[in-house]
Every structure is written in structure tokens, then in C-alpha cells.
Write a protein that binds this ligand. Structure first.
Ligand code: C2E
Ligand code: MG
Ligand code: MG
Length: 689
């Protein structure tokens, strides 16, 4: 089988077609042929099928070679066109070659036909490839021109040879302004040199280089671009150009930066937030470790800020927090960090600290910044601050412990009266650990049934008989000792379990002594200490009533001891409870009288029956005149108001004698009896009979 060859004969003589076809077959082709004689036939043949070649008769009765050439041209196809004929003039040959015929051949000498066809097919193939290549280049260059990303082509030295319209739009530099300039002429200066160095290293190894780069537009605006640069080589692998494709990612970068900022800065004050502060501390500690330096963390908390926020509202609170941030930032030096950690808590990081004194000095300045009131919408607000300082490497070596220790020192300031600074010490730490442990155990103290009650008798000094007793709570410790109330009641008040404890005390005291109170003659009274929190509970009066009822205790045998602070507070629920209980017949006494407040107005406002003269006065009466005088005054006061008095904490005979002498008839104290379990107390009472 020969090479397939589709030949369109434009010919009027069938015989000639056959002869030529035979010649082709002989020449090694396997021709498929069609003969046409008119323009229309040729036209449809070209349309219907693909041809490799046209062999056209020069002279035909109804058609001509010129007309056939025209028809081919009109079809837009580029096929080898060979003319065969009898005698032709040289002029005709030239004219037909000019019109696009590829070769001319005498019908009587077809020996040249096959080589001519082979040559024409080769040429036609070359022409076809060139056409295709041109079309590709055209499409590619259009693609580059219309590309939505910037394209830059440079010479091997990086000088710009081409930029596309997107580059012009994005950078604001026209092609003519850009050509001949270095590739990086739009890059932001900061990183330029370093980037180009990296770029050269990468592309010199024939690899693509990619980077997100900040560029400056012609109008000065900054843009972010994702840049890819690749080397272009010729067939022999010689570098001829670089091509850079740059995608504008400004929107994305800005968004990212905004997110990044939000994640690391506080919205209200614009200060770094906790996250950024911790990053900075980590870095500061690493550097300090390398250079054997110290770092200080200052934990700052505004004193009583909550009061401002709760009483005048959040917008003023926010204003104050911002103003506080301003004042704090005045105290820090370049390189230090000030952050708002949340709420009214700020932290200052002093990296690279020369010595402890510098930290103290800055803390002092910070405290001093808050001596002036904050003037907000026509009013002055006095808000001080407490500052705790922790040092690296002394107090801790990791950020979280340092922050915690600074906080602990800050809490210590609060305990010591606020408006001051304090360095962290191991003592502070130990206290806190102990305090946390205590608080933790206190939470379940009632459930674990670890409370016990002791009772301290109250005596009539005149005849030395017991007239009642005060219930005092103790906490049984695992080691067998008893923890005294002064050691846990304040903590219980702080963490809010005091109500539960006092409820337990009331319930159990009533249960333990109910029978004694019912049966003993003359009637004894039970005194119970009540915390202010307890009195604020709306159903407290009801609770007391129930306990009295359950244990069948007459109301006037119960005396609730409250402190002056409770009465000064003037809380609505407290007042309601006191009045309801007083109406029931329950008595109230003022515990530790004389130690609290100087205002005595409340004595008249409340239904009080007893003043308990604080031990500090009693223990002083045999030592200084003032104390004796004070006790006398209290007695006169009580008498005037129709109240009785109980002297607390009599420890020796002399005190007893003096008290009797000035007319104080009731007392308790170690001299008379220490607080003891109910059985011992019962025995004592029985012995009196
Ligand atoms: P308080 O009500 O003033 O109770 C008197 C305290 O003085 C008792 O201490 C008692 O043991 C002590 N005391 C009595 N006589 C003398 C004395 O001659 N010399 C000395 N040095 N001390 C004497 P205690 O039991 O440690 O109670 C301390 C405080 O704890 C009480 O002071 C009271 O305020 C509070 N407390 C005790 N039990 C309760 C309770 O059940 N609930 C509440 N809320 N507070 C309680
Ligand atoms: Mg008491
Ligand atoms: Mg007392």
C-alpha cells in the first residue's frame, strides 16, 4: 500500500485524470481522487472533504485554472495547487504562479509529477505549522495583554522589556515609564535588597521564585502582590528573559492584617492585648536568658473600678479605662510594652531591666499617675491603682507564672489598703496557696459535717450564775485540732459560704440547747452570731421562726449578735428581717461594741436589747483610765437607751471587780468559763442548782 493521497482533479478529461492517477500510483501513492469540471463542483468538493492536493487542467471548456485558483483562495484553504497542461506560454506560467499556483507541469511529461508533489506536500506542511505557530503566538500575546494579573518580562539583567496593561493599572506606571527600569522598581524600599538577593539565588538555579511583596504605586499607595518569577531559556537552554507574574492580593493582606490586629490588640484602648503581651514576654525572656538580664512584669489593677462601672454605667467606665491607658503609657519607655489584659487589668513589661529599683521607680510613677481624679463629663472620679511586680529570673521563669506572681503581689497591695505597689515574695505565694486551700475546703465544710459548736456561758457577775450562753463555731481539722472562727469566717464571707455556715449554726444550736432552754428556770438565753450576709437573705426571719418553732424555743430566749457594721449599712432586707424578728420577740445585741463606728444614731433606730462591750476595752480597764472611762460611758449610754450590757473577755479578778464596781452585771470571759461543748456547759449549769 502506498501513501494515501487525496487528490482533487479539476479536469474535463477523464482519461487525463486516469493517466495522472496511474502515474501517482506508480510513484508510490495510494490516491483517492475526485474529478470536478466546474466552479460549483469544485466549491462543494472543497467544502465536503479534506484534500491533500489539487491537480488542475490549464484549459477546460467550462472552467479555467485562474478561476479554480480563485475558488481555492475563496475557500481559505492552503493546498498544493499543481497545473497540468499542453502547450502554455511562459507569461501564462508566471501569471498563474503569481496567482498562487505552486507548480506547472506538461501533461506529456509527467515524470516530474511525483517528486513535485512530494516537495509541495512538504512545503504545505511547513506552511501549515508556521500558520499554527503564528496563531498560538497571537493567542498567547492576547492572553498576556488581557490577563487579570500583572505580567512583566525582563532581560537577563532584570531590565523591564515588557509590561502588560494590568501592570499599568495596578502600579499606576505606564509601559513607557516602566520599560528599561529595574524589575523591582516598585518594591517597598525596606526589604528590596534582601528580596532581590533571594530572587537571584533562586532563579539562578533555574527555579521559580515566589514571594508576597509590598509595592508602592505611582500615587504612593501601598499594594501587596503575590509575585512569581521564572527564568525563560531558548532552545539551547540559554537564559534569555525573566518573566514575572504578579497577583494583586492587597484586599486579602489588608483583611489578614486587620484580623491579626484584632487578635492582638484591645479594641477599646488600642493597647496590645493578652495574646500579644504573652508573645512579647516570651521574646523578652529568651533575650534576657541569652544576655543574663532581668525582666520585670508589673500587674496593674484599678482600685474599686467596679464601683464606678456599676454605679455610673459602662460608657463612663470605658472612658475611664481609656484615660487610664493614656496615663499608664506616660510611664513606660521605648521598648517596654503596656497591655490591657481585660477588664481593669493592665500589664507593663520591662524587658532588659538594669535593676529592681528601675521597676520600683516605674511602679511608683504609675501609682502617682492616679492621684489626680479622672474628670469625666463634668464630674471627678477618684480611682487609684495597685501594682504588683514580679521579676525574671528571680520570681519565675515562664510568662504565665510571672504574670500570676505579679497578680499575687497586686492582690497583696489590695489587702494592704490599695494605691501602692509591692514586689512579689515567696511569703505572698505561701499565703495564697494556703488561702486557696482553705477556701477550697470551706466550700464543702457543712456537707462534710466538720463544724462543731462550743458555748461560752454568760454570767451574772453579782451572783455568779449562768444566765445564758453564746454559740461559737469551730471547725474540726483532719489532724484533730479545732480551727477557730477568726481563722475561717472572713474567708467564708469572702467566698459566700457564710450563709450556709450560719444557717447550720442556728439550726444546730437550737437543736442542741432547745431542751435546756425550755426546761431551765429561770430561763436561759442563747446568743448566736449572725453575719451581715445572713441578714440580707429575704427569708432569714422565716428561717429563724421555723427553727424556734421546731425546737419549741420561746423567741425571747434567742439573742442574735450583730456587728455595728450591719446596722450602719442600712440595707432594706436587713431592716425587714430585724424588724420582723424583733416583732416576734427575738432579741438583738451589738457585738464588739465600740470598735466599729462612732455614729451612734443607729442605736435608736433599731430594736436592740444588749450592748456587748468589746474585749479590748474590758482588758484595758485595770490598766488605763481611758478604758475604764469608756466602759462607764457605754454603761450610761445603755442605761439611757434601756439596753443591758455584757462585758466580753474577762480574764482576771481585777477586771471582774472593776466591772461590778461600775455597774456592769453581765459578762463572759475565760475567767468565768471558756467556750466548751454543750455537755460540759450543762454540767456547769446543773452544778449551780
Ligand atoms: P465574738 O462574737 O466576739 O465571740 C467572742 C470571742 O471571744 C470568742 O472567740 C471567744 O472564744 C473569745 N473569748 C471569750 N472570752 C475570752 C477571754 O476571756 N479572752 C479572750 N482572749 N478571748 C475570749 P471565737 O470563738 O474564736 O470567735 C471569734 C469570733 O468569730 C466571734 O467573736 C464571732 O465574731 C465570730 N464567730 C464565732 N462563731 C460564729 C458563728 O457561728 N457565725 C458567725 N458569723 N461568726 C461567728
Ligand atoms: Mg459574739
Ligand atoms: Mg465580741
Amino acid at each position: 500500500m502506498g501513501t494515501p493521497l487525496k487528490v482533487l482533479f479539476v479536469e474535463d478529461s477523464e482519461l487525463d485524470t486516469e493517466l495522472t492517477t496511474a502515474e501517482l500510483t506508480r510513484g508510490g501513492f495510494s490516491p483517492q481522487v475526485l474529478q470536478v469540471e466546474t466552479r460549483d463542483e469544485m466549491h462543494s468538493a472543497l467544502n465536503d472533504r479534506q484534500w491533500d492536493l489539487i491537480i488542475c487542467d490549464y484549459r477546460m471548456p467550462r472552467f479555467s485554472a485562474e478561476a479554480a485558483l480563485d475558488t481555492l483562495k475563496a475557500s481559505g484553504q492552503d493546498l498544493p495547487f499543481i497545473i497540468t497542461s499542453g502547450a502554455v506560454t511562459a507569461e501564462d506560467v508566471v501569471s498563474l504562479l503569481k496567482q498562487g499556483a505552486h507548480d506547472f507541469m506538461d501533461k506529456s511529461a509527467l515524470a516530474r509529477l511525483v517528486p513535485a508533489i512530494e516537495r509541495e506536500l512538504r512545503d504545505a506542511n511547513v506552511r501549515k505549522q508556521r500558520r499554527q505557530a503564528e496563531a498560538r503566538v497571537r493567542i498567547l500575546s492576547q492572553a498576556v495583554e488581557q490577563s487579570p494579573v500583572s505580567v512583566v518580562i525582563t532581560d537577563p539583567k532584570g531590565k523591564i522589556e515588557y509590561v502588560n496593561p494590568c501592570f499599568e493599572n495596578t502600579t499606576g506606571y505606564s509601559a513607557s515609564e516602566s520599560l528599561g527600569r529595574p524589575f523591582d522598581f516598585t518594591f517597598l524600599d525596606d526589604e528590596r535588597e534582601q528580596l532581590i538577593q533571594q530572587l537571584c539565588n533562586t532563579v539562578s538555579q533555574g527555579e521559580q521564585w515566589r514571594q508576597e511583596i509590598c509595592s508602592v504605586r505611582a500615587n504612593g499607595e501601598l499594594i501587596w502582590e503575590n509575585v512569581k518569577v521564572s527564568p525563560l531559556t531558548d532552545i539551547d537552554n540559554n537564559l534569555t528573559h525573566y518573566i514575572a507574574v504578579k497577583e494583586d492580593i492587597t484586599v486579602r493582606r489588608n483583611y489578614e492584617q486587620q484580623l491579626l490586629r484584632q487578635a492582638r490588640y484591645d479594641d477599646l484602648t488600642d493597647l496590645p492585648n493578652r495574646t500579644l503581651m504573652i508573645e512579647n514576654i516570651i521574646r523578652a525572656l529568651q533575650e534576657a536568658e541569652q544576655h543574663q538580664r532581668q525582666v520585670a512584669i508589673l500587674g496593674i489593677d484599678l482600685d474599686h473600678f467596679k464601683n464606678v462601672n456599676d454605679s455610673v454605667g459602662h460608657s463612663i467606665g470605658d472612658f475611664l479605662l481609656k484615660e487610664a491607658a493614656n496615663r499608664l503609657s506616660r510611664c513606660i519607655r521605648p521598648g517596654d510594652t503596656l497591655a490591657r489584659m481585660g477588664g481593669d487589668e493592665y500589664v507593663v513589661l520591662l524587658p532588659d531591666l538594669e535593676n529592681k529599683d528601675t521597676a520600683a521607680h516605674i511602679a511608683q510613677q504609675i501609682v502617682a499617675q492616679f492621684t489626680e481624679p479622672f474628670f469625666i463629663i463634668g464630674r471627678n472620679y477618684y480611682v487609684t491603682c495597685s501594682v504588683g511586680i514580679a521579676l525574671y529570673p528571680n520570681d519565675a521563669s515562664n510568662p504565665h507564672l510571672l504574670l500570676r506572681n505579679a497578680d499575687l503581689a497586686m492582690y497583696q497591695c489590695k489587702d494592704n489598703g490599695r494605691n501602692q505597689f509591692q514586689f512579689f515574695t515567696q511569703d505572698i505565694n505561701d499565703q495564697l496557696v494556703e488561702r486557696l486551700e482553705l477556701e477550697n475546703q470551706l466550700r464543702s465544710v457543712v456537707n462534710r459535717n466538720e463544724l462543731v459548736l462550743h458555748y461560752q456561758p454568760i454570767y451574772n457577775l453579782k451572783n455568779n450564775t449562768i444566765i445564758g450562753f453564746e454559740a461559737l463555731v469551730r471547725w474540726h481539722q483532719p489532724n484533730g485540732t479545732l480551727r477557730m472562727p477568726n481563722n475561717f469566717i472572713p474567708a467564708a464571707e469572702r467566698i459566700g459560704v457564710i450563709e450556709e455556715i450560719d444557717g447550720w449554726v442556728l439550726q444546730n444550736a437550737c437543736r442542741e440547747v432547745g431542751k435546756l432552754l425550755r426546761e431551765h428556770q429561770p430561763p436561759l438565753r442563747l446568743a448566736i452570731n449572725i453575719s451581715s450576709r445572713q441578714l440580707e437573705l429575704p427569708d432569714f426571719a422565716q428561717f429563724v421562726r421555723e427553727q424556734l418553732h421546731i425546737n419549741r424555743i420561746p423567741a425571747d430566749q434567742l439573742e442574735l449578735e450583730i456587728t455595728e457594721r450591719v446596722l450602719i449599712n442600712d440595707d432594706k432586707a436587713t431592716n425587714d428581717n430585724i424588724n420582723a424578728l424583733a416583732e416576734l420577740g427575738v432579741r438583738f445585741s451589738v457585738d464588739d461594741f465600740g470598735t466599729g463606728y462612732s455614729s451612734l444614731g443607729y442605736l435608736q433606730r433599731y430594736p436592740l436589747s444588749t450592748l456587748k462591750i468589746d474585749r479590748s476595752f474590758v482588758s484595758g480597764i485595770n490598766q488605763n483610765d481611758n478604758a475604764l472611762q469608756l466602759v462607764k460611758t457605754i454603761l450610761v449610754l445603755a442605761q439611757g437607751l434601756g439596753m443591758s450590757t455584757v462585758a466580753e473577755g474577762i480574764e482576771d479578778e481585777q477586771q471582774r471587780a472593776l466591772l461590778l464596781q461600775v455597774g456592769c452585771e453581765q459578762a463572759q470571759g475565760f475567767l468565768l468559763s471558756i467556750p466548751e461543748a454543750i455537755d460540759e456547759i450543762k454540767q456547769k449549769i446543773d452544778q449551780q442548782l
